[in-house]
Design a protein around this ligand. Structure first.
Ligand SMILES: [Zn+2]
Ligand SMILES: [Zn+2]
Length: 473
């Protein structure tokens, strides 16, 4: 058993003892946790774990380990796997990535990822849900068929499901990597409404260009992506949310003009939410000059004015939550140059430090608000209740002596309550330097290597188990 003495509860400031019955992440015993913060675990509704199909970049194992070491307890896996996670039975065993799925006795990628732990005999350190494609093959020609994947949703014939199916349901729809194409948008919205799920939109479309259009793209001699490539999709989808009432969640919003449109639509009461990612609040397109393709992503890093607008949108509540868009690629792939290198960077293992440095140290939001943006809000979007430490303390300690130190004993929870526990131990004041070589991810594609940041996740707890720790005695 591990006991963390005198840890501070993130929202009330109460000092408590926390006992954790299981976990090999650190030796049993008592630890002085004075000054550390106990928060609900971070949740990321936007990660790419490249499994199946591109496990040389990342796998479910390395991706989940990266998440746990970043303080995350819950993630939503995007469907641009190879083959794509569209719910269709894999017909061609020779198609890229199909063999892994078929050899495991699964008939599609959803089935494979739901049973990943039993197939590979591993115990993954974070909880995950799955996102199904909006279009078959994620190529934008034809909407996926609800009848082919409805059974993977929560509440659909749950009595006949095994524990893996129950643990990893399909909870959202997206063609992330691309915006839903105009020709299938109405079909996708009808399907989304019928399913009762929500649509996650990669709200960006451009036919040409590799980096933000402006002085930097001209200096580099690389074709630019105009700023309204995002706004066009945002405006189109706001109109659709108004027309259909379907909840649309905008991913990785990056421009001032999009935030303005979203701000207005929210004031109207439309069912939309949005996220941005650490890189859009920490970097602008000038980073391309310093970091090269390690700063290439889609949507591209925008202007400094857009970066400032992103921070303002976080501060005023237009941004609902922070997601990383954790996108692993090899450094060889990233060396291909601005035109050819794949888009995206990894984010799970330094997101909290980078966001804390820019947003909290920068005086834009409080420590508490950052935790809401990284755990409470994304958990709710994903359909889960964030762990309420104070409610658990009340339950276990009753009306004890006023002022007496209370203990949260995870070992005393009933099975159902324990199953919902997700906690992170944070040192909100720790200054540290990002070293990608220490990452648990297989990938190293980040521009944040060498950055001096503050705020560090120290331990991650799922259920009654300590799954990750860097706490020193
Ligand atoms: Zn995207
Ligand atoms: Zn993405």
């Amino acid at each position: 058993m591990i006991t963390l003495r005198d840890i501070t509860v993130w929202d009330t400031g109460e000092t408590i003892d926390l006992t954790i019955p299981e976990g090999t992440a650190m030796p049993d015993g008592d630890y002085d946790a004075t000054g550390l913060t106990l928060a609900p675990g971070f949740a990321d509704p936007h990660v790419h774990f490249r499994d199946p199909g591109q496990t040389y970049k990342e796998s479910m194992v390395s991706g989940c380990e990266a998440a746990a070491s970043g303080g995350y307890t819950d993630v939503l896996i995007m469907p641009n796997t190879v083959p794509a996670m569209d719910g269709e039975t894999l017909a061609d065993p020779e198609a890229p990535g199909a063999r892994e799925v078929l050899d495991a006795g699964c008939d599609n990628v959803i089935d494979y990822l739901q049973h990943y732990e039993s197939i590979h005999k591993v115990d993954l350190p974070v909880r995950y849900d799955l996102c199904v494609c909006a279009s078959k093959g994620r190529v934008g020609h034809e909407a996926t068929e609800l009848d082919h994947w409805r059974r993977y949703m929560p509440g659909q014939d749950d009595e006949s499901k095994d524990r893996y199916q129950l643990a990893h349901p399909v909870t959202a729809i997206s063609d992330d990597g691309s915006a839903v194409t105009p020709q299938i948008l109405d079909d996708v919205l009808a399907m989304t409404r019928e399913s009762g799920l929500y649509l996650i939109e990669h709200c960006e479309h451009h036919d040409t260009g590799a980096v933000n259009e402006g002085p930097v793209s001209r200096k580099l001699g690389v074709p630019g992506i105009p700023e309204d490539t995002e706004l066009k999709v945002v405006e189109r989808d706001i109109a659709k949310a108004r027309e259909t009432g379907v909840h649309i969640h905008f991913q990785h919003v990056s421009t001032a003009i999009s935030f303005d449109a979203i701000r207005k639509a929210k004031a109207e009461g439309l069912p939309i939410t949005c996220e941005t990612a650490p890189h859009y609040l920490a970097l602008c397109d000038e980073a391309l000059l310093e970091y090269g393709t390690l700063a290439k992503m889609n949507p591209p890093l925008r202007s400094e004015a857009d970066r400032q607008a992103t921070i303002a949108a976080i501060a005023d509540g237009t941004v609902d939550l922070l997601a990383t868009d954790h996108a692993p690629h090899t450094l060889d792939e990233k060396k291909l140059g601005f035109l050819e290198a794949p888009n995206g960077i990894i984010g799970l293992e330094c997101a909290y430090g980078v966001c804390h440095k820019v947003l909290v140290d920068g005086g834009h939001i409080s420590d508490k608000r950052l935790i809401e943006l990284m755990s409470v809000e994304p958990m709710r979007l994903m359909g889960h209740e964030p762990t309420d430490v104070t409610a658990l303390l009340d339950e276990q300690n009753g009306n004890g002596e006023p002022g007496a130190k209370r203990t949260l004993d995870l070992g005393a929870l009933d099975t159902a309550t324990a199953a919902g526990i997700g906690l992170a131990v944070l040192n909100t004041g720790e200054a540290w330097t990002v070293d990608p070589e220490q990452f648990h991810s297989k990938a190293r594609n980040t521009p944040f290597g060498g950055w001096h940041v503050t705020g560090r996740p120290l331990a991650t707890i799922i259920g009654t188990r300590l799954v990750f720790s860097r706490i020193a005695r």
